[in-house]
Design a protein around this ligand. Structure first.
Ligand SMILES: NC(=O)c1ccc[n+]([C@@H]2O[C@H](COP(=O)([O-])OP(=O)(O)OC[C@H]3O[C@@H](n4cnc5c(N)ncnc54)[C@H](OP(=O)(O)O)[C@@H]3O)[C@@H](O)[C@H]2O)c1
Length: 263
């Protein structure tokens, strides 16, 4: 490896991360695929190597664990031809903050926040000195407002939005052409809701997006240099409403929605 252009995708074993891996392989990127489920990564890596003729490497890692995070961080720092990083690995939880296990909340902050900091730093040091590259942080529309039962999820995704905006400004201040994006999807059909045990039945069909549609919107947004990408017109409209509506309207509405649909 390290002779062409390399992309690193975290959470590549399913859903949005797997689609990034497929799209980037089709564009000719060599891949470093990261997640915990090694068998899934191996199948994907073998398939993409055969179908697209790219080099693939897998790193089985739990990014909430320091030794595993160090391993991925060091691999990124050593990738001389690194041109793309997708910080995508993530998960949701059920239950009110003080009723849910604190270990789960701790793992979420480690994954969404600390792993994003460490891997972004390793990647951007490399990309800025090369004068090219793209970094996508997979956030969520949940980053634009809080909702009951989602305190850590909304907070970590809001952090991701703010952090990515900060990186954008740092890169602009340095005159670097390296691109950053916060991808903010709404409900997307992946394993996310199965893993977290959150039902899908309360969400009307028209609000669901495909992982392919979400990733394609992200890649189009990168070409245009868009910092925030919210796929789908319904969610674009929703985010605009959240930005203009005062908290004294948004918060009671969030409580009413939870009261109606529960979780
Ligand atoms: N689906 C939605 O409705 C939705 C909406 C907005 C934002 N998002 C965001 O999109 C991102 C991808 O989620 P998805 O919808 O594609 O869900 P998914 O199908 O469940 O994929 C999540 C990925 O993250 C990996 N992952 C989870 N914990 C990990 C850990 N500790 N270490 C390393 N990898 C880990 C999983 O792999 P392993 O289990 O093999 O480790 C899997 O590959 C997440 O950041 C999520 O917050 C999803």
């Amino acid at each position: 490896m390290d002779s062409g252009r390399t992309a690193v995708v975290t959470g590549a074993s399913s859903g949005i991360g797997e689609v990034y891996a497929r799209r980037l392989a089709a564009e000719g990127y060599d891949l470093i695929l990261v997640a915990r489920r090694k068998d899934r990564l191996e199948n994907l890596a073998d398939g993409l190597k055969a179908a697209c003729g790219v080099k693939t490497e897998i790193l089985a890692a739990d990014l909430t664990q320091e030794p595993d995070l160090c391993k991925v961080e060091e691999r990124i720092a050593a990738a001389a031809d690194l041109e793309f990083l997708v910080n995508n690995a993530g998960f949701g939880t059920r239950g009110l903050f003080f009723q849910a296990p604190v270990e789960e909340q701790d793992r979420m902050h480690r994954l969404h926040v600390l792993a994003t900091v460490r891997l972004s730093h390793a990647a951007l040091s490399r990309m800025v000195s090369r004068g090219k590259g793209s970094l996508v942080n997979v956030s969520s529309v949940a980053g634009f407002a809080q909702s009951p039962g989602n305190a850590s999820y909304c907070a970590t995704k809001a952090w991701m939005n703010s952090f990515t905006e900060g990186l954008y400004l740092d890169l602009a201040a340095a005159g670097s052409p390296v691109k950053v994006q916060a991808l903010c999807p709404g409900y997307t059909i992946t394993e996310f809701h199965d893993v977290s045990g959150i039902g899908r039945e309360h969400v009307p069909a028209r609000w669901w997006m495909s992982a392919e549609g979400v990733v394609d919107a992200s890649l189009r947004g990168l070409e245009r240099g868009n910092l925030f990408v919210v796929p789908g017109w319904r969610y674009k409209f929703y985010v605009i409403l959240l930005e203009v509506a005062p908290g004294c309207i948004v918060r009671p509405l969030a409580l009413r929605i939870r009261g109606k649909y529960g979780r």
